[in-house]
Design a protein around this ligand. Sequence first.
Ligand SMILES: C[S@@+](CC[C@H](N)C(=O)[O-])C[C@H]1O[C@@H](n2cnc3c(N)ncnc32)[C@H](O)[C@@H]1O
Length: 269
Amino acid sequence: MSGAAKVWFVGAGPGAPDLLTLRAAKVIGEADIVIWARSLIDEQTVREHARPGAEVVPSDERTLEEVVALYARAKAQGLVVARLQSGDPTIYGALHEQLEACRRLALPFEIVPGVSSVSAAGAALGQELTIPEVSQSLIFTRRPTRTSMPDNEELQAFAAHGTTMALFLSVRRPRELQQDLLDGGYAPDTPCAVVYKASWPDEVVIRCALQDLAAEVRGAKITTQALVLVGPALGDGPDAGRSHVYDPGYGHRYRRLGRPDRYRKASRG
Ligand SMILES: C[S@@+](CC[C@H](N)C(=O)[O-])C[C@H]1O[C@@H](n2cnc3c(N)ncnc32)[C@H](O)[C@@H]1O
């Protein structure tokens, strides 16, 4: 009852139990209270790692205020909380307001990074999302829903870059999404992918051209828990470049070229 109170914001990964990090598993196993969102994190993952006697609380039936009340109790009783967030907590994790609440309570907190659904989606696709000469930038964004977007973050403006884009929380209105991306300047035949529940047993992967995105999403009846990826890197053509880092003519710290003396001087600079 009198330990050091703390909240751990734990990245629980995209869903597969073995994509939880070792650090996350340790933190969950030591917590007095484990809070998790049922829609995005497998219950078995939670139960397997939580210690017997830990209070296990679903977050989805509570408001922010109710969760903060739990943090306040943890502070008063010297309890350790593990607050599980899907993927990585720092990406669309509704984290900021919780960190603010901890600061207000003078309650120490720490963040455990997690495997984001973007990483799991790339893995499910078996593709690199940043290919030299094709796409060297990856934009994480979303369509506005009940959460509006800042004025300078319109989807069309991001689409104008033509690079790889990962769209979170945006699959519910696929027709509007497709139109925004086309209006921004992606060509109708730009390769697209939809990954539903990446890393879960019922994962679904759809590949299509942007012009068919809405029809494909509707056809598969996907309305949530999916990432949409778009951009030329998602194609399977041979035009992709290769990384300079592994080029025989490119020396660096761990693989010297023919003149190590020259390399050494350069590396000191
Ligand atoms: C509230 S955000 C959380 C994102 C999370 N922090 C991350 O790093 O992946 C929820 C959205 O992330 C995406 N998402 C989360 N888990 C996913 C998964 N396993 N497969 C596909 N998309 C997922 C979906 O777009 C979903 O609507």
